[in-house]
Write a new protein. Structure first.
Length: 297
């Protein structure tokens, strides 16, 4: 298989099981030449352990491999583990998608791959699946088999109802007892001021925050022509519009929304990334791994 196909949304959409999707993406990332070079490990070598998928290849002891014909990874005394939470939007608007993967399918796959990578480095990972009035929560753990629990939580979720992403972030910020990494995966179709307030509290409590702003290519480009009926999946309201008339105002409002979101995140020190569902999934993961590399220097 061409390495690019590991990350093609069309190829990934043909894998029905979320566990297979996550493993497929991570294996593609690990087999590529663009691996993350995370730094920040202690130089005080402690012991070996067996290599597991997701471990950084640069920590394999190749001398030990030559001697024992086994992949062994060096561990260090002061290797610092991360305490992470993934907050994934499951509102009805996330069910939208004109391509092979809906926003929800893309977000769930990206989040699963990140969990796979984090647990592979013995980091602790928790999950919040955000709904309008309540959340599905999976407590944070660092054991490898915890990946199955996280994936089960995502696999069982079904996008629906209004958005609750700002409420979910605020609730998480209020209950976190230690600082760590919070990854938000959402289309952010919520009250911007409420989103900003929640992000601010997460940051004020000492967390590193990454936002993956997931939008469908249709939402970003508005390729429609003629008369079209537009449905709001969260309120069930609809209107009929003349596409050539509304396209320019729509794109102007969208760019204003995106620019304001970027600026608000920048002011708070939040690492913001706009992601189209048409993009190969490795781009989001590379951005995530680049953050990890910077954070460990």
């Amino acid at each position: 298989m061409n390495s690019d196909q590991y990350f093609d949304p069309l190829v990934i959409s043909r894998l029905s099981n979320l566990q297979l999707r996550a493993r497929h993406v991570v294996e593609g990332l690990m087999s590529g030449v663009h691996r993350s070079r995370s730094r920040g490990f202690s130089v005080d070598f402690e012991e070996h352990r067996a290599y597991s998928p997701g471990d950084e290849l640069r920590h394999i002891d190749w001398k030990a491999y030559g001697k024992f014909d086994r992949y062994l990874v060096k561990q260090y005394e002061d290797e610092t583990n991360l305490y992470a939470h993934l907050v994934v939007d499951a509102s009805a608007s996330m069910d939208f998608g004109d391509g092979p993967l809906s926003k929800w399918g893309y977000a769930a796959t990206l989040s699963s791959a990140m969990a796979h990578l984090l647990l592979g480095q013995s980091d602790s990972v928790g999950l919040v699946v955000s709904h309008e009035t309540e959340d599905t929560q999976v407590p944070s753990k660092s054991i490898r088999k915890h990946l199955l629990t996280l994936l089960a939580g995502l696999q069982a979720a079904s996008p629906g109802g209004g958005t609750g992403i700002a409420r979910s972030m605020l609730a998480l910020a209020e209950r976190l007892k230690r600082r760590g990494l919070v990854v938000i995966v959402s289309d952010l179709l919520d009250d911007p001021e409420a989103v900003e307030k929640a992000l601010k509290l997460l940051c004020l409590k000492g967390n590193d925050v990454i936002v993956f702003h997931i939008l469908d290519s249709v939402e970003l480009e508005f390729p429609f022509e003629g008369l079209a009926r537009m449905d709001d999946v969260e309120t069930e309201r609809n209107i009929t519009v003349e596409c050539e008339v509304v396209k320019r105002p729509y794109l102007g409002l969208l760019e204003e929304f995106l620019e304001e979101t970027r600026e608000r995140c920048a002011d708070l020190g939040v690492d913001y990334h706009l992601v189209s569902t048409a993009e190969p999934l490795d781009r989001g993961l590379i951005r995530f791994l680049a953050w990890r590399s910077r954070s460990r220097v």
